[in-house]
Design a protein around this ligand. Structure first.
Ligand SMILES: Cc1ncc(COP(=O)(O)O)c(C=O)c1O
Length: 395
C-alpha cells in the first residue's frame, strides 16, 4: 500500500481529530523514518519529542524483548520490580521522594492537580483548591488538563470546565502575585513552554515563582512532559534553576516511545495521596517500566547530556546563520528549539518534508525542532541544509 491508500483508508475509519500530513510512516531506525512510498526522512520531530534515542534503538529493543518474555502486566495490586527500579532512578535524579506512574502527559498533570487539591484537603484546608496556570501553556487534553492549558482554542465547546484555574502571564511575576489569595493551592508551569512557542522561563521569573510558593505555602507543580528527560540538556529542565518543586510530571520521552506518564513528588506533597485516592490500570506496567529504566540510564549519563548540549549549540548557531527575512528569533534550550517566523509555518513544514526532513510547529508561527537526543553532528548539518533548501522553496 502507498501513502495515498493509507490516507484514503484512514479517512474512512479514524476520527478526524488531527490535521495529518499526507504520508504514512511505516518504518524507522535511528534518526531516519520511511514512508509507505519508500521516501526517507531525517526525523527532527522524533514523534514530538518522544523518540529521544531515535527509532527502534537496539538497547531498548533488547530490554523490551527480555521483558516481553518475562512479564507484561500484572496490575498495581502487586509490587512490580521494574516499576520500583524506575521510581528509584527518577527520585534519585530529581531529589524527590516518591513516584506515581500513568500512561500519558495529560494523565500525569491530572494526577499532579488532584494531588495538590487532596494535599490541602488532608491538611484541613479544603477551600484551597485554586491552581495558578499560564497563558500559552499546554498541559494535555483531559478536561482538567485542557482547563489548565492557557489557550482558549483548546477549550472552546467543552464547557463547563472545572473551576479553580487562574491564568497568569508567563515570565511576568507581577501577574502571578496578583492572583494569589486564600484559596490558592498551587502554581503549575512548564519550565520551557512547548506548544505555546518554545519559551524558556527566565531565571528571575522561575526564582520569583519559587519564592512566591515558599512565602505563601503553595505547591510548585512543574510540567516537564516535553522539556524533561534530557531534552533541555539537563535530565530535568528545572535543574537549570535553583528550584525545589513539589511535583514534576513527565511522559513523552520517558520510555522512548512506549506509552508512559509519571510524576515525582516531594516528601511533604506525598502525604496528599493515600491508598484508593488515585490509580491507573496500566501505569508503570512491567513492559514500559523495563524500557523506561534502560532509557533513563542512558539519557542520564553525563557524557550523553554533554553531547545533547554540543548538538544544541551546533543546531542553534546553524539556525541563526540562516538568511531569511521572515525569521524573527531562534530560541530554546538543549534540543528543544523554536525558530519564530513572521508568518504561519505549516507550508514550511511541508517544504521540509519535500526535502526529506520531518519537523513540527509550536503554535502557528514557530518551527519546532526536537530531534533525537543522540543525533549526530553530520545529521545536524544535513538538517540545516534541508531547512535552507526548504526556505528557498517557500515563497
Ligand atoms: C508540556 C506538555 N504537557 C502535557 C502534554 C500532554 O501530553 P500527552 O499528549 O501525553 O497527554 C504535552 C503534549 O504535547 C506537553 O507538551
Amino acid at each position: 500500500m502507498k501513502n495515498l491508500d493509507y490516507q484514503q483508508q484512514g479517512e474512512k475509519v479514524i476520527l478526524n481529530t488531527y490535521a495529518r500530513f499526507p504520508i504514512a510512516a511505516v518504518r524507522g531506525k535511528g534518526a531516519k523514518v520511511w514512508d509507505a512510498d519508500g521516501k526517507e526522512y531525517l526525523d527532527f520531530l522524533a514523534g514530538i519529542a518522544v523518540c529521544s534515542l531515535g527509532h527502534c534503538p537496539d538497547e531498548l529493543i533488547a530490554v523490551l524483548n527480555e521483558q516481553a518474555e518475562t512479564l507484561w502486566h500484572a496490575s498495581n495490586l502487586y509490587w512490580l520490580p521494574k516499576q520500583i527500579e524506575l521510581a528509584e532512578k527518577l527520585t534519585r535524579l530529581s531529589g524527590m521522594s516518591k513516584a506515581f506512574f500513568c500512561n500519558s502527559g495529560a494523565e500525569a498533570n491530572e494526577a499532579a492537580m488532584k494531588l495538590a487539591r487532596k494535599y490541602f484537603y488532608r491538611q484541613g484546608q479544603p477551600d484551597r483548591y485554586e491552581i495558578i496556570v499560564f497563558k500559552h501553556s499546554f498541559h494535555g487534553r483531559t478536561l482538567a488538563a485542557v482547563t489548565a492549558t492557557g489557550q482558549p482554542k483548546y477549550q472552546v465547546g467543552f464547557g463547563p470546565l472545572p473551576e479553580g484555574y487562574l491564568y497568569a502571564d508567563y515570565n511576568d511575576l507581577e501577574s502571578v502575585k496578583k492572583l494569589i489569595g486564600p484559596k490558592t493551592a498551587a502554581i503549575l508551569l512548564e519550565p520551557i513552554q512547548g506548544e505555546g512557542g518554545i519559551y524558556p522561563g527566565t531565571p528571575e521569573f522561575m526564582a520569583g515563582v519559587q519564592q512566591l510558593c515558599d512565602e505563601n505555602g503553595l505547591l510548585l507543580l512543574l510540567d516537564e512532559v516535553q522539556c524533561g528527560v534530557g531534552r533541555s540538556g539537563k535530565f530535568f529542565a528545572f535543574q537549570h534553576y535553583d528550584l525545589h518543586p513539589d511535583v514534576v510530571t513527565m511522559a513523552k520521552a520517558l520510555a522512548g516511545g512506549m506509552p508512559i506518564g509519571a510524576m515525582v513528588v516531594s516528601q511533604r506533597a506525598s502525604s496528599g495521596f493515600m491508598p484508593g485516592d488515585h490509580a491507573s490500570t496500566f501505569g508503570g506496567n512491567p513492559l514500559v517500566s523495563a524500557v523506561g529504566c534502560k532509557n533513563v540510564e542512558i539519557i542520564s549519563n553525563p557524557s550523553f547530556l554533554e553531547q545533547v548540549n554540543a548538538r544544541s549549540r551546533q543546531l542553534t548557531e546553524g539556525l541563526r546563520l540562516l538568511k531569511d527575512a521572515r525569521i524573527t528569533e531562534v530560541r530554546g534550550q538543549g534540543l528543544m528549539i523554536g525558530v519564530a517566523f513572521t508568518e504561519e509555518v505549516r507550508p514550511l513544514v511541508t517544504h521540509c518534508m519535500e526535502q526529506g526532513l520531518l519537523v513540527g510547529n509550536a503554535g502557528s508561527q514557530v518551527l519546532r525542532l526536537v530531534p533525537p537526543l543522540n543525533i549526530t553532528e553530520s545529521d545536524v548539518n544535513a538538517a540545516l541544509e534541508k531547512i535552507q533548501a526548504a526556505l528557498a522553496a517557500w515563497k
